[in-house]
Every structure is written in C-alpha cells, then in structure tokens.
Design a protein around this ligand. Structure first.
Ligand SMILES: [Zn+2]
Length: 747
C-alpha cells in the first residue's frame, strides 16, 4: 500500500511536470507563431510603402491641373494645388507650433510616430461605438497619409500609415516633421501651407502670426467647411471663433501660455484681411459647386479626404452643363437690375444701424448684408435637368463664396402658392371652382388663443372668385382658404407639405404646417423652387439636376458621363394635374401679375408660365417660371433678413425679380435657338367655354367678352350651363347665332 501510494504520487508529480512542459511548449510555440505572423504582416505591409522624398517637395512631379469647361467649350476654371511658399521651421512662430500641438497631437515630442496610449483610447472608443471612425492620428501619421492619396480607407492602409509614420520619425527630426506638416496642410479658401494661410486670412507672412491668429488657424484645420472664418454664414463664423478660443483655453490648461494671456487673446475679435486668394475664374460659384461634387465623387472612389488632392493633380477635363453664353446673360441681367434698384431705392432709403458689440471687420460685413441688394439666378434645361446658368450673388469675391441660389433659405411668399393649388387640383378641385374672397380668421395652433387674420396684398376682397383668377391675381385669402378651410374641402397644411416635398422642396419641416404656409412663410432655396416648378413643365415628371456632363482623364480617356445625358426621372405628380398647373401659371404671364412686365419687355410672343412671389414686408422678391425648354428662377433681397426692399416700386416679385427673369429668358432662348412653341398638355385634358359671370358652361346667350376657355381633366367637366345670361334677354335668333360664333373665335 505504502509503495503503491508513493508510486502514485511520483506519477502524479511527473504528470504535473509534463503538463507544465506541455503548456510551456505550446505557449512558446504560440508566441512564436504570433510574432512570426506580426513579422510577416509587417514585412508584407512594408513591401509597398511609398518613398518619403515626396514629403520634402512642394509639388508632386506628375501633378497636372484639372480643367473645367462650359458646354460651349470655354475654360471656366483650373483646379490645382495653389502655389505654395515653403517656410522653414525657424520662420514658423513658436505660438503656431504650440497651438498646433495643443490641438492635434499633445504627445508629439514624446512619441515615435504612433501614440499607443491614444491608439488604445481610440480602439476602446471604436469598440464601444461599434465603428471605425476614431482616427487617433498623430501629426506624423497625418503627414504619412499625404503619401497615400490613391488608396481607400481600410485597416491595411491604416497599418501602413502607422509603419510609414514610424519610418518618417526614423528619417526626420521633430522640427523637420512639423515643418513638412505645416507646409503641406490645407487651411481652406484655397490656402495650402502655412504661408498661404497667413497670406489668405491675415495678409501677412507666417513668421508674423500672432497668438490669436495661430490659434484660429489651428482651430479650423480639422473641419474647414464648418469653421470657416470667411463664411458669410454667421453660425460658421462663430464656430471658427469658438474653436480659436478653445485652442487658447487648452494652451493655458497645458501651461503653454499664462491664463491671463489666453483670456486677453480670447477677447480679441477675429480680424481678417481682404480676400487675397488666386483668381477664381468664370462662373465662380457654379464651378465651386461642381468642385464640391467632384470632391465627393472622388472621395468615394479614393477614400475620404483624397478626392480634392486627386482632382488637383490628376489633370482631368471636366465638361460641365453650364452654357457660358447664358451665364454671361444671367450675370448681366442680374447686375443691371440690381444696380438699378440699389441706385434708385436702396442707397437713398437704407440707413445702416450698427449692432452693439461688433468689431470693425464684422461691422463692414454686417453693413454690406444690410444695405447691399443681392440676387440670384438659377436656370436649367427643362427636358434633361442640365444646369445651364447659376449666379449665386453679386460680387461674390467679397462675400465669401456664399451661393444664394443654393445656400440661402428665404421666404417664397406667393411663389409657394402653386404647391397649394397642385395639391388641391389633385384632390378633386377644378380650376373654375370658386372660393369666396372675404374676411377670414383662424385660431392659431399655439394654444394661447391668438388668431391669424390674413390680408390680401391690396388689402381688399374680390368676392366669389375662381381658382384661376385667384392664382393669376395672387389673392392670398383664396390660397389660405384652399389650404386651411378643411370643412369646405380645404386640403390641410400637411397635404401641401407632402406635395411640395414630392415636387422637390427639400427644406420643409412639419413645423411649417401653419395657416400662413399657403402664402409661403416657410424657408426655401432657389434651386429647389426651380426644380419643383419644372415638374409642372415636364407634366408630372421630376428630373434630377446635374452639372457634370462627362469627364475625360489627362490622356483623353473616358472617365465618367451622366447616364443618357439627362437626370434620372420619376413621376411625382399626375400628368393631368401638372397640365392644369401649366395652364394656370401661363395665365399669370399672359393676364396676371407678371403680364405687364412681360409685355413691356417684349416677351409676349414666347409662351411662358410662372409665378411671382413677394416675401413678408418686401424682404424677398421672386419669379419662378419656364418656357417649354428653359426653367429659371430669380431671387432678389438683402442678405440680412432685417432689411426690406421697401414697397411696390422695387420690392415685389414683379418689379424686382421678373425684369431679370425676362431679360435672361428672352436672350437665352434666342442663343439656344428655341422656337416660340406652346406647351404640350397631357391628352387627358379637354377644354370647355366658360362664362366668367357664373363660372358655369357658357351658352350662346352669354356675351362673348364674358366667356373664356377653361381646362378640365376629361370626365370632370362642368355640366351646368350659365343661368345668368338667359335666352329671353336676347331678342332674336340671329343674335344668338352671332354670340355663338363670336365665342368660338376665342378658342
Ligand atoms: Zn353667362
């Protein structure tokens, strides 16, 4: 028993030793496999790392600029990296280096290319949010990224960037890395490199940058579009200021500067110099719009942040849809009429009131916004959706590239009414149906018991009136009742919003569903308005707009083309309803609020349709309209929504916007050689002679002057005949026949 027990114990001991050896062996084997794997991966990843010499050069050897052409073959703009001026490390002020490191890479002087504490934190963040977003890039890694402009964002690339970063650290000193980084960095507004940035924003050399200026530059580089100090959008300018102050606070927290110095710097306003950038070419706001499309397109192909570098160096030939002949007409029409308004009205009437707390530079900007009349014109080809002309404002260089055709959201006023009418016609209303134009008041939905008492523009009522006459004369009460009077077949604000959205108005919110929506108290941009009206012209089909017809590479090989040379189409409105809308909007230009200007400016011989719009208190003036071939919209107003165009003389859609529209449409149609043809309607549309006095079917007894042709969707025609003009009022049968013949002539 004793022996047996001993043997057993020995066996047990040897078993334990075996196990330990066994595991140790496997552990070592495991470690060996893991390390080999890592070694082999590094070897594999390192096999195609880019050479570093490129970092020391300003220009890429093979770099070629991309050229944008108009559809009529003019060079609009050349896209290239701007001329960079290399500054050496000792020309960069210490405050700039401090600000940069504070924000981008606080451990810069400690790590060797990759900061593992930061990587660990980022990985934790990524796992936590189940995403692959957290960058945790050191300055060296960001510099390494520059060498990889043609690869997609993958884990493999991320690892290669890390290896390159380590390689960079082994090759260059820390000051050399900072120097290369700041000379390669993009600072927005076409400024590449710290010297260009100092010139562009402050009109000085990099060596002369002050601490608040350095903090501003460091603050904006992560997302220039959202923190652009030159933006004309107040929110974005403020955001740049907040970023600057954040940098200053962190610098003080880290002990780089005394707290008091930081506070003093934070109190200083942002003082920018006048725009000092490169010449911007023709149709600048359009090419800028296209440039952003290109960047998005090639970011998708080559990975985030690489698109811009690609188009600046790849030597593409981008053939846009813009017709430069039309663009010039558009610019001239707009400029001439805005100058006229400015001279005759604005200069005399507008007094600038300087708000409290603005710096001088801000006050200059603010005074321009309050006192300088602005405008935008946007035109497309009806059938294809090609953007033909785009003017985003007067003198855009001084106004920070703000494209009013796309980026300004303003009140459309009566130009919104067609969406109410389209929704009504699609819900059983006929054009000759009548509404009583009279006093009306609605309780507001705010629950405070307040009421909405709308007024007509002329502050008088017209009594019983048909939808056609109401739209043509732009009667507010009728549009308001058509939408709000839900007990009398009113269609409701949410229905109107649904239709407007379907047609292409992207900015509408459900909070816009108030009684006054019917007369356009929401906010829309010009591009959406033109898109939506074009649905009427295309008999219910919505056409996606586009700006790039085709792209060839530097060897003239095909790269991209718009499919079928036209925008994608989808039916968003019944073709019959769209046809009725065309006839309605046509009477605005032939008999309604737009007719006088169109006649006086000599465009009555070319069939057109459209609608005037005048915003609350004459702050916005619009005309949106189309021929069978071109759709165009014009907006006129001040950038500041406090300023008003004043009154009827210069402030309505018909007086401020329409003359520009007519000037453009007349000449553009001639240049493109379009015939003076009329609109084609859906074959579901039929006509009937109606008596104006009763809004019923005309009889041979109705006086010819009282009758007109009305359009109906087949099967919905009026059946009752006029009961005002009775046969006994006519003396003889001959007269009856005459009356009938006369009315026929009107068809
Ligand atoms: Zn009659």
């Amino acid at each position: 028993m004793k022996n047996g027990r001993t043997i057993k114990r020995e066996k047990k001991q040897s078993l334990t030793v075996d196990l330990i050896l066994y595991f140790a062996l496997y552990f070592l084997l495991g470690v060996f496999v893991i390390f080999s794997a890592i070694y082999l991966s590094i070897l594999h990843l390192s096999s195609d790392l880019p050479p570093l010499e490129q970092l020391e050069n300003i220009y890429d050897e093979q770099s070629q600029s991309t050229v944008m052409y108009s559809s009529d073959g003019e060079v609009l703009r050349t896209l290239a990296h701007e001329k960079r001026f290399w500054v050496t490390y000792d020309q960069i002020p210490q405050c700039m280096i401090d600000a940069l490191i504070t924000l981008e890479d606080q451990r810069f002087f400690k790590h060797w290319g990759v900061s593992f504490p930061d990587v660990a934190r980022a990985m934790k963040e990524d796992i936590f949010t189940m995403s692959f977003k957290e960058g945790a890039s050191t300055i060296t890694q960001q510099l390494a990224k520059n060498l990889y402009f043609t690869k997609k964002k993958t884990i493999k690339r991320k690892l290669q960037e890390m290896l390159t970063a380590i390689q960079i650290e082994r090759t260059y000193s820390k000051p050399e890395i900072i120097e290369m980084y700041l000379n390669k960095l993009e600072f927005g507004n076409n400024a590449y490199g710290i010297q260009a940035a100092a010139q562009t924003y402050f009109g000085k050399n990099a060596s002369e940058l002050t601490m608040p200026e350095a903090a501003l530059l460091a603050g904006i580089i992560q997302n220039i579009s959202q923190h652009n100090p030159r933006s004309s959008v107040e929110r974005i300018r403020q955001s740049a200021l907040r970023r600057r102050n954040l940098v200053l606070t962190i610098m003080a927290d880290m002990g780089k500067i005394p707290r008091a110095t930081a506070e003093e710097a934070k109190a200083q306003p942002v003082m920018l110099s006048e725009y000092q950038g490169p010449p911007l070419g023709r149709a600048f706001l359009f090419t800028e719009y296209v440039r952003n499309k290109l960047i998005a397109m090639f970011n998708e192909q080559y990975g985030e942040e690489n698109g811009e570098h690609y188009i600046n160096t790849a030597g593409l030939q981008v053939h846009t849809t813009l017709d430069y002949r039309l663009q010039k007409v558009a610019e001239d029409s707009l400029k001439n009429h805005l100058d006229y308004i400015q001279k005759n009205y604005a200069d005399k009437r507008i007094v600038y009131r300087r708000p409290m707390g603005l710096s001088d530079a801000e006050a200059v900007k603010d005074s321009l916004a309050q006192t300088m009349v602005q405008g935008a014109l946007f035109a497309i080809d009806v059938r294809t959706g090609k953007i033909l002309a785009m003017v985003g404002g007067e003198n855009p260089h001084d106004n920070n590239f703000f494209n009013r055709a796309v980026q300004a959201f303003r009140q459309p006023g009566s130009a919104f009414k067609p969406f109410v009418y389209a929704a009504a016609l699609d819900n059983g209303w006929r054009i000759c149906d009548t509404i009583l134009d009279s006093y009306v008041c609605y309780e507001n939905v705010d629950g405070k018991g307040t009421v909405y008492e709308p007024q007509n523009f002329e502050k008088e009522y017209k009594g019983l009136i048909s939808l056609r006459d109401a739209l043509k004369e732009s009667v507010n009460i009728v549009a308001i009742k058509l939408m709000n009077d839900t007990q009398n077949r009113g269609i409701g604000p949410m229905t109107v919003i649904r239709y407007a959205r379907k047609l292409g108005i992207t900015s509408l919110q459900s909070t816009d569903a108030v009684h006054s929506l019917a007369i356009g108290t929401c906010h829309v941009n010009l591009m959406d308005m033109v898109t939506a009206y074009t649905v009427f012209a295309n008999l219910g089909e919505k056409t996606e707009l586009f700006t790039i017809d085709h792209i060839n590479d530097k060897n003239n090989n095909f790269v991209y083309a718009q499919p079928n040379g036209e925008g994608a189409k989808s039916e968003v409105l019944d073709p019959s309803v769209a046809s009725l809308m065309v006839t309605l909007l046509k009477s605005v230009t032939t008999e309604g609020t737009a007719s006088t200007t169109i006649r006086l400016r000599g465009m009555s011989d070319r069939p057109s349709a459209g609608k005037t719009g005048t915003g609350n208190e004459y702050k916005d003036a619009w005309f949106i309209g189309f021929t069978p071939h071109i759709a165009c919209g014009v907006w006129v107003g001040f950038d500041s929504e406090q300023s008003t165009l004043g009154g009827n003389l210069f402030g309505t859609g018909a007086t401020a916007a329409l003359p520009i529209w007519v000037g453009f449409m007349k000449e553009a149609s001639e240049i493109l050689g379009y015939p003076r043809d009329d609109f084609k309607l859906a074959d579901t549309i039929t006509t009937l002679r109606i008596c104006k006095d009763s809004y019923l079917k005309a009889t041979p007894n109705c006086p010819a002057a009282s009758t007109y042709t009305e359009y109906f969707i087949k099967g919905t025609e009026i059946t009752d005949s006029c009961h005002i003009h009775r046969p006994w009022r006519v003396n003889t049968g001959d007269n009856r026949i005459n009356a009938g013949q006369r009315s026929k002539r009107g068809f």
